[in-house]
Write a protein that binds this ligand. Sequence first.
Ligand SMILES: *Cc1c(COP(=O)(O)O)cnc(C)c1O
Length: 383
Amino acid sequence: MRDTATVPVAAAPVPLIDLQAQRQRIGSRIEAAIKRVLDHGAYIMGPEVYEAEKRLAALCGAQHVVSCSNGTSAMVMALMAWDIGRGDAVFVPSFTFTATAEVAAIVGATPVFVDVLPDTFNMDPDSLERAIAVAEQTGLKPRVVIPVDLFGQPADHDAIRVIADTHKLYVLDDAAQSFGASYKGRKLGAIADITATSFYPSKPLGCYGDGGAVFTNNEEWAKKLMQVRVHGQGRDRNENVRIGLTARFDSIQAAVLLEKLAIFEDECAARDKIAARYDAGLKGHVTTPFIRPDSTCVWAQYTIRSPRRDRIVAALGAKKISTAVFYAKPIHMQPPYRGFPVAGSGLPVTEKLAQDVVSLPMHPYLAPEVQDEVIATVCGAAS
Ligand SMILES: *Cc1c(COP(=O)(O)O)cnc(C)c1O
């Protein structure tokens, strides 16, 4: 007879982000909210869309919120509202999700890649200066900088603002991973000229499909953003005042977002607690995330650094614990982007980070026992 006690029980796989755990909490409220949309039938620009915009504005303190179809179109809308195009340089980090650089190319402008800081993984202001010099030498017109608030933490917005003002650049903040975070007491959304975010399901504030929003305190830009959102429409559908897109947020996703907004603060606090437990368990074994003392983080990812990164990934993988390497191949090294300029003296930090970062499971419903298992496995593989 087999001794069942010696048969290892296969532990349930641990996902990086567990949306089903969240659904258990608010599933019935979400189903009721979707049913309300099905009942009233205003699938496009229904009341939920306007309500979501109002709540998002209140949450971050921005005067104008224009919801839209996703985070990528949110940034494209901003660039189109500013008439960015051929011959214009748009400064972007390379250590980010592809969309940050893609949007510059989509409007016909030139992405110019900037290095990041080794501690926050956010844009390095000195590298931005060197990138502006390269753009000018190349005959490009410096127009926009897109600092990214990576993994949930704001970039150094004051330092970037000084450079942007000196060179007359617009600041378009890519807050796709960090809506809800604050910098020097102010929430993202009310800091840059225009801020874009994404409600992709796995973002800290996600819906159950695609969605996004654009934030600004400038009324004229807000008006243009609303025009771009709907085919450059003017006063009514018989008038087209500019080239636009079809980039609306839909009512069902807005209904989902409203339910998620109700628990957002609570979820951010839960992620903070999990990050603190990781910090305590992992310190001294790997490089744990550095959060600036003047900022808060909403923990889109909990990303560590270690020279033994690949061993850590394998050890966690053997226990069916998911990890992800954001970003294993920086954008400036991807084939469609290889021809675009990079900052003077290159992107050494970006290229180094690609070798040694790894993101661990992080979501508000991660059980302490599972966390302890992750910590023990990482520490074992890192030493
Ligand atoms: C997710 C993401 C985007 C794009 O958002 P979508 O809604 O998927 O288009 C842009 N930038 C960053 C940094 C992201 O993480």
